[in-house]
Every structure is written in C-alpha cells, then in structure tokens.
Design a protein around this ligand. Structure first.
Ligand SMILES: Cc1ncc(COP(=O)(O)O)c(C=O)c1O
Length: 491
C-alpha cells in the first residue's frame, strides 16, 4: 500500500484472531461445546494427520472468541486491521466467498423493483443477488478484446449514457478486474458514477492483491469506490471461501449490508477460515510487496520465453487498447491459441499430464493465475512444457480467429429473472429452444458468467455458441441437464 509509518507496521504485525485461537488451544481446554470433533479428539484416524493442527483452532463463539455477526472483540479488531490495510473505513469478513458479499451488496442497495446497472459479463452471484433482492438489472455490454475474444470491461461513456437513460438507478455494480485480470480506470469511473449521486460497487473477487505493490493497479477502495468485495482466497493467501467486503463513505447503508450478510452467512462461521483472513492480511502487509518484487521479474522472463511461440499470444499491458481495457493484472497469464491444432481443453490436459494445473480452460484459450505463492520453479516448468509443444507452422494464424467469443450477448429480457425461475417450464432440445424464453441460468464454468439468464429470449447465435461450447467439452452450471443436451424454457 502507500507509504506507512512505524506505528502502522507495528499494528499490522498483530493477528488478534489467530493469536487468540492459538492461546485457547494451548490451554488444552475441556470442550463441552460444538463442534463435535472436540478440537480433533475424535476424528477419522487416517485423515487426522492432515487435519489436526486446523482442528485445534476450530472452535465456536466461546467467551472471548467474539461473534462474526456481532463483532465486538477479536473479530472486530481483526476486521479493523484489515480495513486499515485495505484502505477501507470498515471491513467485514465473509465466510461463503465473494458470492455472499456480492449478494449482500445488492440486497443493501436495492429494494424490490429498484434498478441496478450491471455489466453483462458479471459472475452468477451478481445475478443471484438481483434475483434475491427482486431488483431490476440494467445491463451494460462489455467490450470484447479483438486479440483474444474475451469479454472485458464496460466503457465509461456507456455507463454514463445508461445512467442518463435510467436516472432512477440505485447503483452501478462492476466487475473489476475481470477473471482475466482486465480492468477499467476505476478512479475516473467512480467520479462518473458519483456525479449521478449513487454508489459504485465493485466485485473485486480477483483483485485481493491490488494496492499492495506499485506495479499493480489501484484497488477499488483506493480508486474511490463505495463498496468492494474481494475473494482474499483467490489472489490473496487466505483459505478457500474466506473473503472480505470493504466499505467507505456515506452512500452505502451499512446496517442493511450487515443485515443481509447475517441472513445469508452461516450462524457458525469457521474460525480457521476467519483466522486465515487475519494472517493473510498480515502476510500481505509484511511480505506482499517483497514477494511481488520477486515474482514480477520472473513473470516477465516467462512472458519473454513464450513470446516466441507463434501458436500462442499472451496479452501484456503494453499492447492493450484502452477502449477494451485500461489495466491488466500482471499475475494473470491468458494463453490465447493461434492454432486450431488443439483446443484450450486439450492444452489444459496436456499441462495437467505434466502436473501443471491451469485456472480455467476455454476452447480458444487457457488462463493461468500466478500469485505471491508462485515459484520460479513453477514458471520454469511451465515455460519448458509450453516450449516443447509441437505445432504445424502452416496452421498458425497471426491474428486471433474467433472460435467462440467468450463475450456475452445482450438478449431481449422478456420476463424478470425471479418470475421466470418460478414459472411453468418445459424441457426441449437446444435446437428447439431458438426463439423461446429461457427458464434457467446457463453458465459455462469456469468462469461462471451466465450466457443466458432466466427470462431472456434465446437466439440462434446463443444456441450456436452453446452447442460449440458443449462440443468442445465445456462444463455448465445452473442447468438441470449438466450435459446441456436439453434446456428449460417457459411454457
Ligand atoms: C468475478 C467473480 N466474482 C465473484 C466470484 C465468487 O467468488 P467466491 O468463489 O469467492 O464466492 C467469482 C468466482 O469465481 C468470480 O470470478
């Protein structure tokens, strides 16, 4: 983060929640409370070896252990330290991922029937939040990167124009950065949105490391957003499922936000997960910048090595077009295929056969996510395997040839999502669905961005994209038929 004094560093060396759990475990307490494994005393014998140290920290809301839903003690302290480190006025820990943060954020700003501007390539949790809040989405279509075919960010002009057309909108909700690490100039975006007197909410699930190094883009909080949701477990170092929501300013009704979180989060949130947020924050403050200093040159060397492979293209921030995206996370490696000799899924399998596991695959590309935990050895092995892959020069295209555009298409919305979900449905083949109204969410996963949402008119183009995705081995969430031979439509 920005330059901080000695006192800040002293404060940030503390991890009150983690420390309290360790101190409690040292007492060898007689547990007459849940969870039933009693700090690991009774547990599967074979698995215990791996679980024991965490089980010792797995307690519940005992005296002195505070309560996530009414934080006043060590959880409040840990959250305050996180707020300071992430540049927020207030931070709340999330056990349930950015998913619960996104849902609660929408429930905080929208009452039934309220409009909210969202980019059409947002994560399914945003759609689910809109359904639960009974809100009305106004979609903004993102740009598509012509060099890779992936949907990127919304343009500021489009946001402004849409806000002028919908002056009653309650908020703008953007995804920044995208799964692929692409982002807008959020500072300018915040100024634009605030001119309309409404809050800017940011799904920053993929930006938990932003702001911790000068070579990384500014975080949403640093850029002036009112609320941001970060999957600390994705690009930070906490455990899977643990995330944070940050707020600042007066535009968000925090009482509504916390009430919504209390409704959708477990009443028994995991202490090991919360403690992992506490120590992940400390780690990013104390070690993050150093680790990123080490990582960035190693990533540049990798990019330099693979730049010479004509069958793939990896975007770098230098060759961006600002109309498509302004910032690019250097820790994300999008390997866009310049050959039809193999699909992204085949490349993924090939890498996996060498024990290299990508973040996601798509017919036209794969995405690799580095982090402060990535080693030179990881990068060297990756470069080595990529360099060995055979290709036929004559089948390599110098420009991207669209197979499936990973963009989402704006469809005609016929019925509100929540009504379509509960309406009478029938199941038909994909071919028969053209022209019908979709009754489920069709979500290629990852990245978890719905191509169709309930209530949208199904077009021939969308069916063609779905058929091609299905044919090339994509997986789908949200649908009753996971193989997508059939689709649910309104009767
Ligand atoms: C853009 C985006 N937002 C939100 C989420 C949900 O995050 P979580 O897995 O922490 O619930 C994801 C998950 O992939 C995502 O890609």
């Amino acid at each position: 983060m920005a330059q901080h004094g000695q006192e800040y560093m002293e404060r940030q060396r503390r991890a009150p929640l983690y420390d309290a759990l360790v101190q409690h475990a040292k007492k060898r307490p007689h547990s007459f409370h849940v969870p039933g494994h009693k700090m690991g005393a009774s547990f599967d014998r074979t698995a215990k070896e791996h679980f024991q140290s965490l089980l010792a920290l797995d307690v519940t809301e005992l005296s002195g252990m505070d309560d996530l839903h009414q934080p006043e003690g060590i959880i409040a302290e840990a959250q305050a330290l996180a707020a300071e480190a992430y540049g927020a006025e207030e931070t709340r820990f999330l056990i349930g991922g950015s998913t619960v943060g996104n849902i609660a954020a929408i429930m905080a700003v929208c009452r039934p029937g309220d409009k909210i501007l969202v980019q059409r390539n947002c994560h399914k949790s945003v759609y689910n939040g809109i359904i639960m809040a009974r809100a009305e989405p106004v979609y903004i279509v993102p740009a598509v990167d012509p060099k890779t075919g992936v949907a990127t960010c919304v343009r500021r002009d489009d946001v402004e124009r849409t806000l002028q057309a919908h002056p009653d909108a309650k908020a703008v909700f953007l995804t920044n950065p995208t799964y692929y690490g692409m982002g807008v100039d959020l500072e300018k975006m915040a100024v634009t949105v605030h001119r309309f007197g409404i809050p800017l909410l940011v799904d920053e699930a993929h930006g938990a490391h932003y702001g911790f190094h000068p070579a990384l883009p500014l975080s949403a909080m640093q850029s002036g957003a009112d609320l941001s949701v970060q999957s600390t477990h994705k690009m930070g170092t906490s455990m899977t499922m643990s995330s944070m929501v940050h707020v600042q300013g007066e535009r968000i009704d925090r009482a509504r936000l916390y009430r919504a979180l209390a409704m959708i989060q477990s009443s028994s949130p995991s202490y090991p997960l919360m403690a992992s947020l506490d120590v992940s924050r400390r780690h990013m403050v104390l070690e993050g910048a150093k680790e990123i200093d080490r990582l960035l040159p190693a990533l540049s060397r990798l990019r330099e090595r693979i730049r010479h492979l004509p069958w793939l293209y990896t975007p770098t921030v230098e060759d961006r077009n600002r109309n498509v995206y302004s910032t690019l996370d250097p820790l994300k490696l999008l390997l866009s295929l310049r050959t039809k000799q193999h699909t992204g899924y085949q490349l993924q399998s090939l890498l996996e056969s060498q024990a290299i596991y990508p973040e996601l695959a798509h017919p036209d590309h794969i995405l690799l996510a580095a982090s402060v935990g990535t080693t030179e050895d990881d990068l060297d092995k990756l470069a080595h395997v990529l360099e060995k892959i055979e290709y036929h020069t004559e089948q390599v295209h110098t420009i991207f040839q669209a197979g499936i555009l990973a963009s989402s298409f704006l469809q005609e919305s016929v019925t509100p999502m929540h009504e379509a979900l509960d309406a009478e449905k029938k199941t038909v083949s994909l071919a028969e669905a053209v022209g019908a109204v979709c009754a489920e969410m069709v979500i290629p996963y990852p990245p978890g961005i719905p191509l169709l949402v309930p209530g949208e008119r199904i077009t021939r183009e969308t069916i063609a994209v779905l058929q091609e995705l299905r044919g090339s081995g994509a997986r789908f969430h949200g649908v009753a038929d996971a193989d997508l031979h059939t689709i649910a439509i309104l009767r």
